[in-house]
Design a protein around this ligand. Sequence first.
Ligand code: PLP
Length: 398
Amino acid sequence: MNDQMKETQNLADKVMFPTYGRVPITLVRGEGCRVWDEDGKEYLDFVGGIAVCSLGHSAPLVSQALANQSKTLVHVSNLYYTKPQTELAQLLVGNSFADRVFFCNSGAEANEAALKLARRYSMEKFGTGRHTIISMTGSFHGRTMATLSATGQEKIQKGYDPLLAGFKFVPFNDLSALEEAVDDSICAVMLEPIQGEGGVVCPQEGYLKGVKEICLKRNLLVIFDEVQVGMGRTGKLFAHEHYGVTPHIMTLAKALGNGLPIGAMLSTEDLSSTFGPGSHATTFGGTPLVTAVAKAVVKSILEDGWLDNCRAMGEYFRGRLGDLQKKYAFIKEVRGVGLIVGVELDQAGAPVVDACREKGFLVNCAQEKVLRFVPPLIIGKEEIDALVEALDEIFGAM
Ligand SMILES: Cc1ncc(COP(=O)(O)O)c(C=O)c1O
């Protein structure tokens, strides 16, 4: 490691909160599916900013939209109408179950909006005492007080007591547990169609439909958190499209801006009057700058063939990983949809992550034992082959 790279890291460790267990590389440049560190070493990026940079790094259409809009209008406040915000909302509504959009700045903030909307709607429609939200064990919904209270992982909640009241957890993929948990205090059920941070956990056949049926029977709202798996990650614009079921509320962030911070909460028309003037707001939500970029991103995902590429490359990738599974008994399962791919090992994944980095591949690990791959949707066979060959060598030496 050169002195400059060490210097940057030493300084960062001194002046910033140590909230992140960082990998000892300093990244300075990215292009397509590749990034480079301060030493000039190249990496193929199968993390993509954790499912954010779906069109790749330094995507020309992003740079162009950013440059153009930055010279036109960056921010004016939501006191006023702006065109990019309206056009992005129209694009999202036109390509989803939803009729209404609220823009914010992150996944957690989109989920905050969803939780607030669900509670307020229930209060207006059914009165007080019906405010509890059921979410899933192993879920991840963010780090704000409400979203960590909704997150079914003790390690995320540790040390932040008292958590917000009004959250209840049931196991993912267990319809009977959900049915049993519903009582008169419940207003909504919140879940990720595919759990990302939970270790790429996919819904069983009929599960999401079953959740919706239970909710409809009991007048509960269904909230799908598509922050990680939305925006084309699974080969359809939204993950729930694979399962023939729509929510009442959906949250988005991550890939929506390809790296610019933006979140969105979408819902059906009947919920819209609940968020009347003054009920919810954010200064930076949906600035002309980020929404102009997000509009270009969504259009490209829809029109430039990336959903097809995602489906084809996801299938190819899982096929090649399946071959590795036949060879190495410590691979328990290969799973995923489109380009959210998990490889569950019977041992810690961290040494594999480190070995991949040594060989020039960025990958990461969820829940200690699940290697998670969420590369840009523009990835090709050659790049997948290169990673699989590196994994074969690493696994062979284990
Ligand atoms: C499913 C899901 N929801 C919410 C979040 C929180 O998003 P953010 O980090 O933008 O607040 C994440 C982040 O990983 C996520 O994966």
